[in-house]
Structure formats: C-alpha cells, structure tokens
Design a protein around this ligand. Structure first.
Ligand SMILES: C[S@@+](CC[C@H](N)C(=O)[O-])C[C@H]1O[C@@H](n2cnc3c(N)ncnc32)[C@H](O)[C@@H]1O
Length: 177
C-alpha cells in the first residue's frame, strides 16, 4: 500500500462523487446499500449512513476488516483510490476485488484525480515515478483521463455506462457488472 493512506483527507463534508452517486444513482434507483471501497477516514460512510442506507467501508489502513461478501451491495464506491496506486496491474486488482461485492444489477462509481487538474499542481519538489508523481509528502499520484479510467474498468471486467469530468478536479465513471 506504501504511503497511500497519507493521501486520505479529513473531510468536513461528503465527497463530490458520494453526493453525485446518492443524488443521481442511489435515490432514483431506490438502492439501499453501499460499500465504500478505500473509504479513508470514513466521511462518506457517515454520509451514506445518515441517509439510512446499509453501509460498509473498507480501507486497508483505516478500516482493514473486509466486509462479508454476502449480501452484496447495490452500489460500490471507489473514490480517489486508483490515483494513489502505483501500477496498472494493482489498479485493476483493486477494482476486481471491489467488484466482487457488487450485486448483478448494481452500479460501481469510480472516481480518480484528473490528469488535467493534477498537472496544474505539479511542484518542483515532486519527482516522476512510473506513470505518476511522488509528491512532497512522499505519496504517489497518477492523473486519469476518461479513456484511461474506462480502460482500467474494462480490464477489471466492469461495463462502463458513463464517464465524465467533475468540477472538483476528478473523473467519474459509473459502471455495471
Ligand atoms: C485519497 S484516499 C481517498 C479516501 C476516501 N475515499 C475519500 O475520498 O476521502 C485513498 C485511500 O485509498 C486506500 N487504498 C489504497 N490502496 C487501496 C486498495 N488496493 N484497495 C482499497 N483501498 C485502497 C488508502 O488507504 C487511502 O485511504
């Protein structure tokens, strides 16, 4: 996992992907369960719980007990996790594992830092590492564009439904099984 956990923010409010998923997917589809894969410090877990959903969070550092595989979840979130993982193979493995928890007609909502926004933040103190950067805090960051996020989802046997840039500097992909 290296220093990926250091990338987890202390959020005062839920993430933009969590709000998007709740408003545009969970409510209209009458979903009632969510798994937050790579939940960091757990702010989105609180948000979904406050909205009366059955919620589980998993994070290899902050909440390392994996949830039970059954019953599966209507919605699986993977929010700003992939951009902190150093290799393509491990990014695919991460999604493949999260996918196991998704019920057949459920939706996976994957978001990652966008390449455009990350490129604007690069500092002299950052160094190149593989296809990304080691930041001044010794964390890894890789920026995604839409095509690459679609590609990694497909490699994890997910079926992309829609993918777009969000205003908070991310790319968001909604996928099914
Ligand atoms: C930038 S934080 C995002 C946390 C949270 N989703 C949020 O948006 O506040 C990235 C998180 O991904 C977790 N992580 C790293 N590799 C992972 C993996 N293979 N599977 C699940 N989580 C992972 C790290 O422990 C870290 O807490």
């Amino acid at each position: 996992m290296s220093g990926s956990y250091l990338t987890a923010m202390t959020r005062s409010k839920p993430s933009a992907p969590a709000v998007h998923a709740y408003t545009n997917i969970i409510v209209p589809r009458k979903f009632n369960s969510v798994l937050d894969w790579g939940s960091g410090k757990g702010r989105d877990v609180i948000f979904f719980r406050e909205n009366k959903l059955r919620v589980a969070g998993y994070d290899p550092y902050y909440n390392p007990t994996k949830p039970k595989l059954s019953p599966k979840y209507d919605c699986v979130m993977c929010t700003y996790v992939l951009n902190t993982i150093k290799t393509k193979r491990r990014r695919v493995d991460c999604l493949r594992e999260a996918r196991k928890y998704l019920r057949r007609d459920g939706r996976m909502v994957i978001s990652a830092r966008s390449k455009v926004s990350l490129d604007k933040e690069v500092k002299d103190s950052w160094s190149l590492c593989g296809d990304g950067w080691i930041t001044g805090r010794e964390t890894f960051q890789h920026g995604f564009d839409i095509a690459e996020l679609v590609e990694v989802a497909k490699a994890a046997s997910l079926t992309p439904i829609t993918c777009f840039c969000i205003s908070s500097g991310g790319v968001l992909l909604v996928a099914g099984k």
